[in-house]
Design a protein around this ligand. Structure first.
Ligand code: SF4
Length: 367
């Protein structure tokens, strides 16, 4: 059997840190390599988290940089190449140059399984490499497989093969039900998601065994191994589990998530940063820029310095956002939004209020 590598990227966010702990505790036999792609512009709290994790894992987290021999920090190096053009959600050269390409360089051409910490309560899909030697696995989700694998496995043309595989795997006495579900072809009204959920709801482990058997007929990295312990895992981990894992292990919750109290017009509220990533990340919400201004003023001023030649991090230039009357208004709006969220009981988590669009953004930077 060919040897495959197992790698896990630490973004500096809570979910990837929790995944490292989870894998270390539950799958010590997998010999994971941990890495992080450093933009040179992360918050100190992120570097502290990486130190804590290294101590916990007893293993170095390999530091990857998008630049090899540049005297400049990776972000600044590429900013020059891009002529001072700041990245944005529409032009995310930073993710490509500072996260994805260093990751693909790091794994080279080895067959690699990459573990991604997208949680069971999230809708977003993780990054799927275009390189065929990299296969993503999502241990926290009900469906641990990547979208590309599911598309191929559940294709109508593959139904007869899946039916045949049922007699080769342990079906927990659910062969008939699986047959019945597998025989229903994908149609406009019975889509892939529906079919997959019905199969997973019948038995996660049997579904996993079936997909693992299917992979044997492909070139995916997992086709090269006899065993893969995660197929026998039917745990689903959601946000609360992530916080528990971080606290129980002693690694701790990244310090920038810690709510800090402020007061406006006699009303008290708390703010924090909702994600890891560069301190100037354009995915930040306005209240997070205010947090940066008040809690890391030096970094806010550095972010401000980058805004020149007409390029800004968001539609509102930081020079405007930092005006006292603007800060006051942002805080007032934020309090109103939090109160509304509390009333509709949307979520009591500060992180949810801050980032009710957590699905948006960069899977490579914020997991
Ligand atoms: S954290 Fe934001 S600015 Fe930094 S690389 Fe990711 S998307 Fe770009």
């Amino acid at each position: 059997m060919e040897k495959i590598r197992h790698v896990l990227g630490i973004s500096g966010g809570k979910d990837s840190a929790a995944l490292a702990i989870y894998m270390f505790e539950n799958y010590p036999q997998l010999e994971l390599d941990y890495y992080t792609c450093d933009t040179g512009k992360e918050l100190q709290e992120t570097y502290d988290l990486i130190d804590n994790l290294e101590n916990y894992l007893g293993k170095k987290i390999a530091l990857q940089k998008g630049t090899k021999n540049s005297p400049e920090l990776p972000f600044d190096h590429f900013l020059k190449i891009y002529g001072g053009y700041l990245p944005s959600s529409m032009a995310r050269w930073c993710t490509k140059k500072l996260k994805l390409e260093p990751f693909e360089d790091y794994v080279g051409n080895d067959p690699v399984v990459s573990y991604v910490g997208i949680r069971g309560d999230e809708e977003r899909e993780g990054y799927i490499s275009r390189k065929s030697n990299i296969q993503s696995i999502f241990p926290f989700r009900k469906n641990i497989w990547s979208e590309d694998v599911i598309v191929k496995a559940l294709a109508n043309a593959n139904i007869p093969n899946l039916i045949n595989y049922l007699s080769e795997i342990d079906t927990n006495n659910k062969k008939e039900r699986f047959e019945e579900l597998l025989l229903q072809p994908l149609t406009g009204s019975h889509n892939q998601q529906t079919k997959m959920n019905l199969l997973l709801d019948t038995d996660i482990k049997v579904f996993n065994r079936l997909i693992f058997r299917f992979l044997k007929t492909t070139d995916y990295p997992l086709s090269k191994v006899d065993e893969f312990p995660l197929i026998e895992n039917d745990q689903i981990l959601v946000r609360a589990d992530i916080f528990k894992l971080l606290e129980k292990s002693g690694v701790g919750i990244p310090a920038y998530y810690k709510p800090i109290e402020f007061e406006v017009n006699g009303k008290k509220a708390t703010y924090a940063r909702s994600r890891s990533g560069c301190f100037f990340c354009f995915f930040q919400q306005k209240i997070e820029w205010v947090w940066l201004f008040e809690q890391h003023n030096d970094l806010f001023l550095k972010a401000l310095e980058y805004e020149k030649d007409g390029y800004t991090w968001s539609e509102e230039p930081l020079a405007e956002l930092m005006k006292p009357e603007r800060i006051l208004k942002i805080k007032e709006d934020y309090i109103k939004r939090s109160e509304k969220n509390n009333k509709t009981k949307k979520s009591s988590y500060l992180l949810d209020i801050l980032s009710d669009s957590e699905g948006e953004g960069c899977a490579a930077c914020f997991i």
